[in-house]
Design a protein around this ligand. Sequence first.
Ligand code: GLU
Length: 336
Amino acid sequence: MTTHAPTTSASRRRAVMLFVLVATVLVAAGCVRFPAPENNPPTAAAVVPTPPGVATDVPVETPPNAETCDATESLRPPAQMPVPGRMPPRSSMADIVAHGRLIVGLDIGSNLFSFRDPITGDIQGFDVDLAREITRAIFGDPNRVEFRVLSSAERIDALRAAEVDVVVKTMSITCERRRQIAFSAPYYIASQRILALRNSPIQGPSQLAGRNVCAARGTTSIGRIQSIEPRAQVVTTTTWADCLVLLQQGQVDAVTTDDAILAGLAAQDPWAQVVGPSLGEEYYGVGIPPGKDDMVRFVNGVLERIRNDGTWWRMYDRWLSILDSGYGPPQVIYRD
Ligand code: GLU
């Protein structure tokens, strides 16, 4: 074999040289023409795609603190929590046991609270851990849970239509929402702030005058920024991740919402930073279908347990320590 190799490569070299020679002669003789360059060189148009559902004609909304109604007061947990897997007959929790899993509405683009891990594909975060604690208390097994992806604007309708058993999605307790759905006691306190790029002049709400600021539809963030800086031009999207895309593409100057969500966006982009003072506090509660008082009491019992046995701080340290919010678990006031 080795003795034939030089012969083979020598003849291949000769064939290549012959081809080059013939081709050169043909081109020189004008028998072969290469296409002439076009008059207008091709241009690469920089198409900046806009996420679907972006709106710029945003009506003025009521700020979340327009009314006071002791929004964060809730119902007292049962004196004795039922044993997992043995829920009281005819209770809302017994219905959940009957359908085999807790159906939880959340988002998968809210980094730190509920998001899909790109490597494992698992949905995780602070809100996911809380949803699993509620699941554990009902079934004795934190995995008997089904996640339904909801945008911020879909949360209330999903609860009212009983498409989900609970919503655990950075959902602020407000008087207006309490007229439509039930809430647990608060489990987290966030502050609305602003996210801007590091080279931006925006340092607080007054620099938003005449500039575009993004917020997800169906959130308290819109009415609050409109009331604090009415000259800001609010652009709305379906998800918070879409607001980050608009900021990165230069289509908005800033994003405004809870520091808890903004920190999750900033963690995905080293050019983005949270700026300015708190624009107001947001108390997160678990959203519950209206009229399910037994479920409200039960979830409040779960929240009591996780505050008292150290689980709340373990969840905070795991997901939210970068926030350094300083609030700790919220104080709870029960109505009865
Ligand atoms: N906390 C705000 C709200 O409930 C924003 C959170 C979110 O969109 O998930 O409207």
